[in-house]
Design a protein around this ligand. Structure first.
Ligand code: 26Q
Length: 820
């Protein structure tokens, strides 16, 4: 552990000095943005020292390195987390206090890098935190999108998207490394020539885009390791090709520049949905080619051209199929650049790449038109063809005559490139992200492959950084825990179990409640300032925050609230627990149905607010622009966590873990990691409802489900659904939600009615909510359950996930021989 090079006084001096030098201001004259910059660059200076030192010691290290490739890294704000991981919160807090500054004043000045859509991107960020903390040598690699995920405004009862210009004030945490830039080639023609008896391939006339790395340090908690998150930015290599320009070919002279300028322009806002956009394919190849070129250069610096050592020294982890072109790209580099033959390149490549699957939903599985790949990446396409030829030849021996099966397993089939098949066939390991998901991959999604490579498949249950999602975002709870069981849980979160006996301690329960109450008030204040909405903090906070998707069933929650509303309207004496229902969700801009669900929720919210009795008992808050920072405010304040996905559809979920860790109880289906959460806490401390995954899958396959029967039998559902379209919600435009209504009852475009079984699971959900209602009134019982959830959440630390990955998949040696 590096000795601390900071004390309160030098921190203060540094902050004041920076304000003077950068802004020519005194503290009194400076605004929050300027103070933020001064504080952040003080922290950065300290990280830089360690970073330089770490990289120096790492440069000639002969150990294995991990490259974690992900098209998304949803890192959230860095300032407070970096201070926490430097173990300097006490010194910084004191210094700031003495300067008359609070964290709350400056933290919001840091723009949030929205370089991801949701779970997959956030998981990658938590993993970076744990890798550094466990002293494992790793580089995260992604694209430096100029615009992250859109900013969401709620206007006139619907979502409006605004650009997320997160770099407009610069990024304190990044360091450009222009000297490590590489060229990435698109299009062009493959040419062959003979060289010393072998055929050599190259591409001529392609478009070259320069990839410039920007590195962000990733500091481990109380660790010497400072890994890098590398963000690649696309730049045109030459401002203008003057040769082409002077020959009069103005259009072609600027084409290269055009492609370069848009590749790293914007993050695609699609989550669990695949659309075959050319630019997206270019982004994927850009990321992969830049990263692999760098990785091979680094390998050669360490080991020269002993490429047979590559699988011992390097592992490429591909986060879903988005970076799958890493596989043919590695083949290309080994053959075309390093001169290896196919067989040798294949043997090496197959031992260097591991793949995590994050979804079983058909519409999210990536398939690219062959023509598109051939045009954009001709040499890569050629390699894919040969890979496919060899694969199918092998499959033909295993499954003679079984054309259909071979078609399902092929990389190229029906004019498409099947990225998941590419990954499964060529990775040495394929993992799911929860136990249930891992089982579904083997039994279902990749069943054919599991028959021939059973040992390739495994699962690693996701996790979250307990540093960001407990210590940083819920300091009150962290302090209460440490007061009870000491601080060792911060290094080993499984020790949170030591809280279990404190369930019986009335004083501890009272303190636990006090922390929750404080967090609720804190959140209420924050939302009042942002959205002008007042919340009653004496009501239960019931929260569903995640991307908007039909399978996540925000609709089920909304429909239930709608039914409660009608019960209140009908029954003057109703005895109902007052609740604040919080939603937060971005809908992909092109996902019409998801946007309509937002309109439904917002309309319900207005309906309730207008009713004098309903508004005493119910309140719907839709948090605008839900992102990592909003989650950090909201999750510590939550009491009920809604995890309602149709069983079998949510690969894992990670929000569920964050809520649990912060003492919220889960209302959930037996899906993804909810299954493991329920095992951890026991059935008395969770609300499980709805069909199981196997039942869902049979019901879907035999096509026997019809929601009409439920509609006819259940008057409450019938009434709520009718009100969706009779003018109750939209007096000026009653038909607005017509398609939502219609799809639930009758289906559309050949899709079955209610494909995610909202009506089917409604009864069971409603019953479970009644149990919540009654349990919450028994205050002390509820607190016992809440404490149990925090106590049993240690398993879901990403430190455990990373230790699992390392033990089963990567086999990296911790630097300095510590931890992991
Ligand atoms: C693919 C092709 C083209 C355009 C977009 C995409 C795309 C982008 C993002 C496909 C999927 C995603 C994101 C998926 C995701 O976040 N999945 C979630 O991953 C979490 C971490 O493992 C799980 O906990 C969630 O269950 C899973 O839904």
């Amino acid at each position: 552990m590096t000795s601390k090079s900071f004390d309160k006084e030098s921190i203060k001096q540094s902050i004041l000095g920076k304000l003077q030098r950068y802004n020519g201001k005194t503290l009194e004259e400076a605004n929050n943005q300027q103070i933020y910059n001064a504080v952040a660059s003080t922290v950065r200076d300290q990280i830089m020292q360690r970073w330089v030192k770490y990289r120096e010691s790492d440069r000639d290290d002969k150990g294995k390195r991990l490259y974690y490739l992900s098209i998304e890294f949803l890192i959230g704000r860095s300032l407070y987390n970096n201070v926490l991981n430097l173990c300097a919160t006490r010194e910084y807090t004191q210094a700031l206090t003495e300067l008359g500054i609070s964290w709350e004043e400056i933290i919001p000045s840091e723009p949030e890098p929205g370089l991801g859509n949701g779970g997959l991107g956030r998981l990658a960020a938590c993993f970076m935190d744990s890798l550094a903390t466990l002293n494992l040598p790793a580089m995260g690699s992604t694209i430096r999108y100029e615009y992250g995920l859109f900013r969401q405004k709620l206007t006139d009862g619907q979502q409006v998207e605004l650009p997320d210009d997160w770099l407009s004030n610069g990024n304190v945490w990044e360091m450009p490394a222009a000297d490590e830039s590489v060229d990435v080639c698109f299009e062009g023609n493959v040419v062959t020539r003979q060289e010393g008896g072998r055929i050599v391939f190259s591409v001529e006339g392609g478009r070259i885009v320069e990839a410039v790395p920007y590195d962000m340090p990733v500091v481990g908690h109380e660790a010497d390791t400072v890994n890098s998150l590398r963000l690649w930015r696309a730049r045109s290599r030459t401002a203008m090709d003057f040769g082409t320009f002077s020959s009069g070919d103005y259009r072609n002279a600027s084409i290269e520049q055009e492609l370069a300028s848009i590749i790293s322009k914007v993050l695609y806002p699609e989550d669990n949905h695949h659309e075959g956009k050319t630019l997206r394919l270019c982004q994927q190849y850009f990321l992969v080619s830049a990263t692999l070129q760098y990785a091979l250069k680094d390998f050669k610096r360490r080991f020269g051209d002993q490429f047979h050592l590559l699988p011992e020294k390097v592992v490429f982890h591909i986060n879903d199929t988005h970076p799958a072109l890493a596989i043919p790209e590695l083949m290309r580099l080994l053959m075309d650049q390093e001169g290896l033959g196919w067989d040798e390149a294949q043997q090496i490549t197959m031992r260097c790449v591991a793949y995590t699957n994050h979804t079983v939903m058909q519409e999210a599985l990536e398939r690219w038109p062959q023509e598109l790949v051939r045009r954009q990446l001709p040499r890569i396409y050629m390699i894919l063809e040969e890979m496919n030829r060899r694969l199918c030849e092998m499959l033909w021996h295993k499954f003679p005559g079984q054309w259909e099966r071979i078609g399902r397993m092929a990389i190229l089939a029906y004019d498409q490139v099947h990225m998941a098949n590419l990954c499964v066939a060529w990775s040495y390991c394929v993992n799911g992200v929860s136990r249930l998901h891992g089982d579904i991959l083997k039994k279902d999604t990749f069943h054919d492959y599991a028959l021939i490579y059973p040992q390739k498949f495994t699962y690693v249950t996701n996790g979250i950084s307990h540093r960001r999602w407990l210590m940083a975002c819920n300091p009150g709870l962290a302090e209460l825990i440490s007061g009870a069981i000491g601080t060792a849980w911060q290094h080993d979160p499984s020790l949170l179990e030591g809280l279990l006996p404190y369930r019986d301690d009335a004083a501890f329960r009272a303190e636990f409640l006090k922390v929750k109450q404080h967090n609720k008030e804190n959140f209420a204040q924050w939302i009042k300032a942002r959205q002008g909405i007042a919340l009653d903090t004496d009501t239960m906070f019931d929260v569903q925050v995640k991307r908007l998707h039909e399978y996540k069933r925000q609709m089920l929650n909304a429909l239930h609230i709608h039914v409660l509303y009608n019960r209140i309207v009908d029954d003057l004496n109703i005895d109902l627990l007052p609740r604040t229902f919080v939603f937060g969700a971005k809908a992909s801009p092109g996902y019409a149905k998801a946007k309509m669900i937002i309109r439904y929720i917002l309309a319900l919210s207005r309906l309730i607010d207008r009713h004098p009795r309903a508004r005493q008992l119910l309140k719907i808050l839709f948090v605008e622009n839900y992102n990592v920072s909003a989650a950090e405010m909201l999750i510590p304040a939550a009491e009920l966590s809604e995890q309602l996905s149709t069983a079998g559809k949510e690969a894992s979920g990670t929000g569920n873990m964050k809520f649990m860790m912060n003492g919220a109880l889960t209302m959930g289906t037996l899906d993804g990691a909810n299954v493991e959460i329920s095992e951890q806490v026991g059935m008395d401390n969770i609300y499980i409802f709805g069909m199981r995954a196997d039942k869902v899958s049979t019901l879907y396959q035999d096509g026997s489900y019809s929601p009409i029967g439920i509609y006819e039998q259940n008057a409450e559902i019938r009434r709520a659904l009718t009100q969706m379209i009779d003018g109750t919600l939209f007096p000026d435009n009653p038909a607005l939600l017509q398609s939502l209504y219609h799809d639930l009852l009758f289906g559309s475009w050949g899709a079955p009615a209610d494909p995610y079984f909202v009506l089917k699971d409604f009864g069971s959900y409603s019953m479970a909510q009644r149990r919540v209602d009654s349990d919450y009134r028994h205050n002390e019982q509820w607190l016992r359950k809440a404490i149990t959830n925090t106590a049993m959440s240690g398993l879901f630390s990403s430190d455990r996930s990373i230790a699992d990955y390392n033990r089963d998949i990567w086999k990296l040696r911790p630097i300095g021989g510590k931890r992991a």
